[in-house]
Design a protein around this ligand. Structure first.
Ligand code: CIZ
Ligand code: SF4
Length: 360
């Protein structure tokens, strides 16, 4: 039972003390969040992983790309030096906790697209930008090709950085974050062709579209956020006068355009936190986060924007059974599910991540 699993987890935690840090992503189930030392969004958690001085092991309750990023940042050369060469192991409780969006931009597809594009335009003028929700191999690709990583909080500043260095951006893997951000910079949809990796020629575009482009959007999306529809916004506006619509920029453009506020997980949480009692919200992001905001802000009226359940199925794979299993193995000194990014990939990913860190 969950009570028994919780007790077993507590026992292990006492045995391991400060050498163990459990991180919980905002999209995790409440029962997992209860065992997390710290919670945050993907970027905040990776930063916490990097700053944690005392710990030897991080159990990352989130998805695969986040654990990779935590490994890269926590074990970067300057951090290793501070810890006298001692590595931090990052553990993902269930190896099947991937991210369907990250999986939509496999490195081989990206390399092929880059080569095909190079037949039409000079790729030296193209800055590859990847959302942090991507495999380490794609971050490394961006590092090698003069590119950079972004999060949903700094996407606009990162695009500005890119346009200071190149004529065009190739944006991975989330077309919606790329499009919604570029639209705030006076870039229009006809300057943003979508590159479909399953089309043979130029991602389904003609040469002219690629030559005229400002931002080439990789055809990826988040299966959770793409489920929010403009009809959902219309229904709330009609039935709940005065309601405000708050969405994540991974939502499609037609939903994003209708929202009162669009922002990262951190911005969504802060927007609710800073609003007066009685504010009415319909929120378009992952269900577990919205339900937690509802519980934590009974003084406001919070609704989930979609009539159907939109939750991240892979985040949900992390449960008490997996958490307990990896912790008990840790005590037995059998580290399971360690996420360790190879040296070359780490080094180039770090180049792209550090460029992002330097953008203000
Ligand atoms: O995975 C996601 O959709 C998000 C927004 C994660 C994060 O932590 O920013
Ligand atoms: Fe990936 Fe979407 Fe799940 Fe985030 S919510 S981990 S982007 S599938």
């Amino acid at each position: 039972s969950n009570t028994e699993l919780s007790q077993r987890i507590q026992t292990v935690r006492q045995q391991l003390g400060d050498s163990l840090l459990i991180l919980g992503h905002h999209y995790q189930q409440d029962e997992v969040i209860e065992h997390s030392d710290l919670r945050g969004d993907s970027y905040q958690l990776s930063q916490m992983a990097a700053e944690s001085a005392a710990c030897k092991t991080i159990v990352f309750c989130g998805v695969h790309f986040m654990a990779e990023t935590a490994d890269i940042l926590a074990n970067r050369p300057e951090k290793l030096e501070q810890r006298d060469g001692q590595r931090v192991s990052v553990i993902l409780p269930d190896m099947a906790a991937g991210c369907s969006m990250a999986d939509m931009a496999a490195i081989d597809q990206v390399e092929n697209a880059w080569a095909d594009m190079g037949e039409v335009i000079d790729t030296k003028s193209v800055i590859p930008v990847t959302y942090i929700n991507s495999a380490a191999s794609l971050k490394a690709f961006c590092g090698k090709h003069g590119g950079i990583v972004c999060t949903s909080s700094n996407a606009r500043a990162v695009l500005e950085w890119a346009f200071e260095r190149g004529q065009r951006v190739f944006f991975f893997p989330d077309q919606h974050l790329g499009r919604n951000t570029a639209l705030t910079m006076d870039i229009t949809n006809d300057q943003m062709p979508v590159w479909d990796p399953y089309e043979d020629e130029l991602g389904g575009n003609d040469e002219q579209a690629i030559r005229n482009s400002k931002v080439i959007l990789w055809k990826g999306h988040c299966s959770v956020h793409q489920m929010f529809r403009p009809e959902h916004v219309d229904a709330f506006r009609k039935n709940h006068p005065g309601i405000k619509i708050l969405v994540h920029p991974e939502c499609p453009q037609d939903v994003n355009d209708l929202a009162d506020v669009s922002g990262s997980t951190g911005k969504i949480i802060n927007t609710v936190k800073e609003s007066p009692a009685g504010t009415k919200w319909a929120i378009g992001t992952e269900l577990h986060l919205v339900n937690r905001l509802k519980q934590e802000h009974p003084e406001q009226e919070i609704h989930f924007l979609s009539p159907v359940i939109c939750m991240c199925a892979t985040m949900y794979r992390i449960d008490l059974a997996h958490l307990c299993w990896c912790l008990e193995n840790l005590v037995a000194k059998e580290n399971v599910n360690v996420i360790e990014v190879d040296e070359e990939t780490s080094r180039w990913s770090l180049v792209a991540l550090e460029r992002m860190l330097a953008v203000k």
